[in-house]
Design a binder for this molecule. Structure first.
Ligand SMILES: [Cu+2]
Length: 125
């Protein structure tokens, strides 16, 4: 009668392992699929970091574009999204090149509600 008990034990272990895998990603929200409608590609891939906002909040770039965030406020902020995270700065800039299309939501981890999105579209969009 020990075999069924062992199987049950293994099954429980498998369930717990799957739950752990499912909860393992505690990082920023993963990039999402592009929405059906995305605006025209922005000619200037620069985002201002202010107190407490990003401008523009939404930026559209082609795959392979380097986006630069430039700190303009007085307070410290950071930029954290799927695949990129800056240090906490009061001034300076941070750049990231987006190699994969998608919608990249990002936040300042210090200030709830301070957030933006970079839409990375295929070339020739
Ligand atoms: Cu901030």
């Amino acid at each position: 009668m020990s075999v069924p008990r062992l199987s049950l034990h293994l099954a429980s272990f498998a369930v717990v392992a799957l739950m752990l895998v499912g909860c393992a990603d505690t990082g920023p929200t993963p990039a999402a699929a592009l929405p059906d409608e995305v605006g025209a590609v922005d000619t200037d891939p620069t985002i201002a970091v202010g107190d407490h906002w990003f401008a523009p909040e939404e930026l559209v770039v082609e795959v392979g574009t380097e986006v630069t965030w430039v700190w303009e406020g007085r307070a410290v902020h950071d930029v954290a999204g799927d695949g990129f995270e800056s240090d906490v700065f009061a001034e300076g800039s941070f750049s990231h090149t987006f190699e994969t299309e998608g919608a990249y939501h990002y936040v300042c981890t210090l200030h709830p509600g301070m957030e933006g999105t970079v839409y990375v579209v295929p070339e020739g969009h």
